[in-house]
Design a protein around this ligand. Sequence first.
Ligand SMILES: NC(=O)c1ccc[n+]([C@@H]2O[C@H](COP(=O)([O-])OP(=O)(O)OC[C@H]3O[C@@H](n4cnc5c(N)ncnc54)[C@H](O)[C@@H]3O)[C@@H](O)[C@H]2O)c1
Length: 337
Amino acid sequence: MISISMADYEIYLESNIIYHLPEHLKKIYQGRGLFVITDRHVYDLYHLKLAHILSEYQVQFVVIEPGEKSKSFEAYRNVIDTLIEKGIKRTDLILAFGGGVVGDLAGFVASTLYRGIPYVQIPTTLLAQVDSSIGGKVGIDLPTGKNLIGAFYQPKLVIIDPELLLTLSEREYHNGLAEMIKAGLIGDKKLYQYLLTHERVRETEIASAIQVKREVVLSDPYDHGDRMKLNFGHTFGHAIEKKHHYETYLHGEAISYGMLIALEIGIMMNETKPELFDEVKALLLERKLIKEPLLAKEDYKDHIIHDKKMTAEGLKFIVVPKPGEAKIVILKPEDLL
Ligand SMILES: NC(=O)c1ccc[n+]([C@@H]2O[C@H](COP(=O)([O-])OP(=O)(O)OC[C@H]3O[C@@H](n4cnc5c(N)ncnc54)[C@H](O)[C@@H]3O)[C@@H](O)[C@H]2O)c1
């Protein structure tokens, strides 16, 4: 088993670790009531297995609709009402069992209900395993924008079982690969090189991607500085998602185009070697994360110029000079023309 320590919780990573869930839960929880928040796809696939594994506990499931629309006020309120109807107490434990949507919503519920209930992340998508379950950012969306309401609320434990990824669609699997490629590019050259030649990832690569996030998060837990390195590809990625109403592109696909635009800007600023653009483009095409013709930065510049973080001096922007190295530069509105 791979064990990764965060400031105040552990991440355990191993194939089939799900079968040993009770033994790990006992390290942080002595009660018997468990409230599993999950979405309908994951529930259909795994609830019988999970109920069997957790048979020594009093388990209750709360099932939300799959997809981003569940990160809403309405879904938040429904989950809270259901938990209260089912008799949840402050001393019970919530398990967030699903992708990033479940993790963000369940974590936010856990952070606010009764002013805080302990929770455990059991991420079931590759994106959630390498990214959203780590770092304690939880929250919901507003019609005006994503993740506008939220909190920093750390789980008691994160349990990662790569076997759960076997039921993931190819597109959702590749969606998580995009965040791993980003992790490699900003902080782990070896991981990036592995991903250049391998489509399937193992525990080792999942752990490497988590380590990249861990280091950045530990150095900047509340997102005031260094953590923005994780935003490589995300400035344009978010603009692409927004302009297409979060419908056309998955997050990983949008940030894939965003990473290429960021590499292009890096080349323009003499920070990035031009060969890196061609190499990353070939990789993203092969993993079906992007299509030609590529999305052009000019089509998204209005979103960037009106970004709330844009100041008179410009916008802090992440470039990658070479694999494994990220740098913060200032992007001025005129750089986008
Ligand atoms: N908190 C953070 O730091 C952070 C970081 C990155 C992303 N996010 C958030 O994560 C969310 C996206 O997460 P996601 O990509 O995991 O999407 P998701 O949770 O919507 O899951 C994607 C799809 O996969 C299905 N699914 C989940 N696990 C499965 C499995 N094992 N087998 C088969 N199907 C499965 C889901 O039902 C869903 O249809 C976004 O809301 C984003 O804002 C949060």
